[in-house]
Design a protein around this ligand. Structure first.
Ligand SMILES: C[S@@+](CC[C@H](N)C(=O)[O-])C[C@H]1O[C@@H](n2cnc3c(N)ncnc32)[C@H](O)[C@@H]1O
Length: 277
């Protein structure tokens, strides 16, 4: 029997390091891993695995390469504007005691902190909490510190920068009033159990290397995690092909709402469904 070296490597990774790359697209992963292997002079996958086990720096480099943490504040501004002007006012009508949001694949914190600033500034009466998760502990550690360079803030309107950051030697430090609104946690979207009861879930620019099968599974799980009428906000190059079957309605590009009732297809009372794309 011919052994598929890549699959055998994945199996050992899963077994020995608890990391399951089975849900990621093979060509992209293979290319990146092979390039890392060349850089450290690994002869084959087993050799590379030994290096990863001995050398923490290489392990972190490996994780960095497969996850790609690029993020920025207020990424894709027009979508944040739709969120502020349309989606959140619509969701607020349905909020219970507290508005709960989840930034899934939050990287170094720019996305959940943007949401916290947006909520704080535009909806000051709202009682809200934000869960922010990522598979990458290094990214989460940076997120918790809450210090950023000017570059990552380039798209953020000045009003938020002035109100929520302190600047010192070119470092932009987020104020505690915003930091304390976000709870960061390690979480693997392809493996760990999901919390539920969310009004809003953001999962943007995360699934790019996921297989179609794992994307579908993920969107189904997000659907279960949302409250009826809750909204899933996805990235600007993404689309949910099975939205209807899962039980989502497209509100406007990149925003999918969980149907109040799967059979009646009704929306939130007073909301404006089906904004034109
Ligand atoms: C490009 S960043 C996106 C950050 C942010 N959502 C944004 O749009 O700016 C992708 C993030 O997804 C995370 N990620 C990749 N696979 C994941 C998984 N299986 N579970 C949780 N997070 C994952 C990566 O660690 C990375 O931080």
């Amino acid at each position: 029997m011919v052994v598929d070296a890549y699959l055998a490597f994945l199996e050992k990774l899963r077994h020995r390091r608890g990391l399951d790359l089975g849900g990621y697209k093979r060509p992209q992963m293979e290319r990146r891993i092979n390039s890392l292997m060349r850089m450290v002079g690994a002869k084959d996958y087993d050799d590379y695995l030994l290096i990863l086990e001995k050398d923490q720096e290489q392990w972190h480099k490996f994780l960095d390469t497969i996850t790609i943490n690029v993020s920025e504040f207020y990424r894709n501004p027009p979508q944040w504007e739709v969120l502020i002007k349309t989606i959140i006012p619509m969701l607020i009508e349905n909020v219970g005691v507290r508005f709960r949001a989840w930034s899934a694949g939050c990287s170094t914190g720019e996305e959940p902190y943007t949401l916290a600033m947006v909520l704080d500034h535009n909806f000051p009466q709202l009682n809200y909490s934000i869960l922010a998760t990522d598979i990458d502990e290094d990214a989460l550690a940076k997120a918790r510190v809450g210090e950023y360079s000017e570059r990552s803030l380039a798209g953020l309107p000045q009003i938020y920068i002035k109100k929520y950051f302190e600047v010192e030697n070119g470092i932009y430090r987020l104020k505690d009033s915003i930091k304390k609104k976000v709870q960061f946690k390690k979480h693997n979207l392809l493996r760990d159990p999901f919390e539920s009861g969310f009004d809003l879930i953001l999962c943007r620019n995360v699934v790019i290397y996921f297989t179609e099968e794992s994307k579908n599974e993920l969107y189904r799980k997000f659907h279960q995690s949302l409250k009826p009428g809750g909204v899933l906000f996805i990235g600007s190059t993404e689309q949910i092909f099975e939205a209807q079957e899962i039980g989502f309605e497209l509100v406007t590009s990149f925003f999918y709402q969980k149907r109040m009732d799967r059979n009646s297809k009704s929306f939130l009372p007073g909301s404006k469904p089906f904004l034109s794309r």
